[in-house]
Design a protein around this ligand. Structure first.
Ligand code: ADP
Length: 483
């Protein structure tokens, strides 16, 4: 282990179950995707531990829900402050297990903490309704109450923020939380739990159950009747499995699933701004985010100029170990990810696309892939139909507004979309016509705690962030009073 942390206790390798740190009898290896080096050996727990965590959560939840919103808010704000105080160490851990550049890792910690702050504040604004009665003697009240125990399954691409976006509204609403972080990135989740304990979260209210048997751990979260809601970020394929498994108990679900984001550049766009936005929307996290631009549509009249500009900007992106200063593109998460990206590029080239920049694995070897721009991409190529989840920008030419809207919407997914245009009428028309949960207009970066993040169609259910986000963790109860 080579991590130099100011607070070494944050590199916790035991799971946090029912208020106790549990080492378990076996461990699994967490490896640095940049080097393949061992980062830590983490407790490999199974279904028994998951049940123990759920039982403890059910007990702790009652008392937590009975506290005043202000008390919950205060504890959560303490946790948020600790996360910010320890942001450098948390970023080191995150980059070591996941590979993203250190600056992006630090930004993720700040972003994750912002959700804890936001929902801590929202806890105090969970207002119900008093409704005029339907008869003279009737009074109608609508209460909002916590759902209960929340189970969460999170992916590796944002090891801190995907947990923060779920745990914050859950705890703010008065729910308890049992999380299963991705096998690739358990350390950031455990470090968050260390700080949660320090901040004074009551024992058992938050558990982080680490383990390799994702199917068994997931099944328990979906079928244990004490869990009243499941929240998941990951692929649509796994989302479908979880939804099916949750059907028996009719559990509430929040699902943040795959995307296939279009990024459209109209001929009236500010091209330099569009290139800047495309670089962020495409290459952030080496293209491994569910809101990454997956298909870049460029209107015929500006295709040549846009291609030159994005090619030049892409060629400047430095590939390397996320720990090194100046690196913009870290490694992909593993060998399978690199193979998928490679297969998408090969398929496109075989069907007639042209490589403008990059196009293959990096000379650095390992899990590195060169940032790539492909021109002449057309319908029927895999790269437009599936999420590439890598640093490849496929450019597709289009003629008219109607044509590009049809192409953009021609997908089962509906998470993020982006477009650049200056004509006000066009901006309104296109924003309204795009069938996506989120639309970035003249910007490539849209995620923030103040806004409702989420998708439509096969991209999911529910929203994370904004004043709506806490509703996903609350039940409505209608009380009819005769006076
Ligand atoms: P990713 O490619 O981001 O890992 P997945 O949807 O495959 O996306 O996985 C997201 C998370 O769901 C991971 O933590 C993974 O271990 C977990 N997972 C995968 N399959 C299942 C399953 N059948 N039940 C529960 N969790 C699962």
């Amino acid at each position: 282990m080579t991590l130099a942390l100011r607070d070494p206790v944050l590199l916790e390798t035991r799971a946090f179950v029912a208020g106790r740190w549990q080492a378990g009898t076996t461990t699994f290896d967490v490896r640095n995707p940049a080097t393949g080096d061992l980062v830590a050996r983490v407790a490999d727990l199974g279904v028994d531990a998951m049940r123990e965590a759920i039982d403890a959560a059910a007990l702790a939840q009652k008392d937590w829900a009975a506290r005043t919103a202000k008390e919950r808010c205060t504890v959560l704000l303490g946790w948020q402050a600790l996360m910010l105080e320890k942001a450098d160490d948390l970023a080191e851990i995150l980059t070591a297990e996941m590979g993203k550049p250190l600056a992006e890792a630090r930004a993720e910690i700040v972003y994750g903490a912002s959700f804890i702050q936001w929902f801590a504040e929202e806890a105090r604004r969970v207002y119900g309704d008093v409704v005029p009665g339907h008869q003279r003697d009737k009074r109608i009240l609508v209460l909002k109450q916590p759902i209960g125990v929340v189970g969460a399954i999170t992916p590796w691409n944002f090891p801190n923020a995907m947990i923060a976006r779920k745990v914050a509204p859950a705890l703010a609403a008065g729910c308890a939380f049992v999380g299963r972080p991705a096998r690739e990135t358990p350390l950031s989740a455990l470090a968050m739990a260390v700080l949660a304990e320090r901040a004074g979260l009551p024992p058992g209210l938050l558990s982080i159950v680490t383990g390799t048997d994702s199917k068994a751990l997931g099944l328990e979260l979906c079928t244990n009747p004490k869990v009243r809601k499941l929240t998941f970020t990951g692929s649509t394929e796994v989302g479908r499995i979880l939804m099916r498994q949750c059907a028996h108990d009719i559990k509430k679900l929040s699902l943040e699933l795959g995307g296939n984001a279009p990024f459209i550049v109209f001929d009236d766009a500010d091209l330099d701004a569009a290139v800047e936005g495309a670089i962020i929307a495409k290459y952030r996290n080496s293209g491994q985010t569910c809101v990454c631009a997956n298909r870049i549509y460029v209107q015929q009249g500006v295709m040549e100029a846009f291609t030159d500009k994005i090619a030049a900007a892409t060629a400047r992106l430095e590939v390397g170990n996320g720990r090194d200063p100046g690196v913009a593109i870290g490694p992909l998460i593993d060998g399978a990810a690199v193979e998928k990206v490679e297969a998408h590029v090969e398929d496109a080239v075989r069907l007639g696309a042209r490589v403008i920049v990059g196009g293959s694995r990096s000379a650095l070897g390992g899990n590195y892939f060169q940032p790539t721009v492909l021109a002449g991409v057309e319908r029927g190529m895999r790269i437009l139909e599936e999420e590439t989840f890598g640093p490849v920008a496929p450019l597709v030419a289009f003629e008219s507004e109607d044509e590009v809207i049809a192409m953009a919407n021609d997908t089962e997914f509906g998470l993020a979309s982006y477009f650049y245009a200056r004509d006000l009428g066009r901006v309104w028309r296109v924003a309204e016509a795009l069938e996506f949960g989120m639309v970035g207009v003249n910007t490539g970066l849209i995620s923030t705690a103040e806004a409702p993040f989420g998708g439509i169609k096969s991209s999911g259910l529910g929203r994370e962030g904004s004043r709506h986000g806490i509703d996903d963790y609350l039940e409505l109860k209608y009380v009819c009073m005769s006076v």
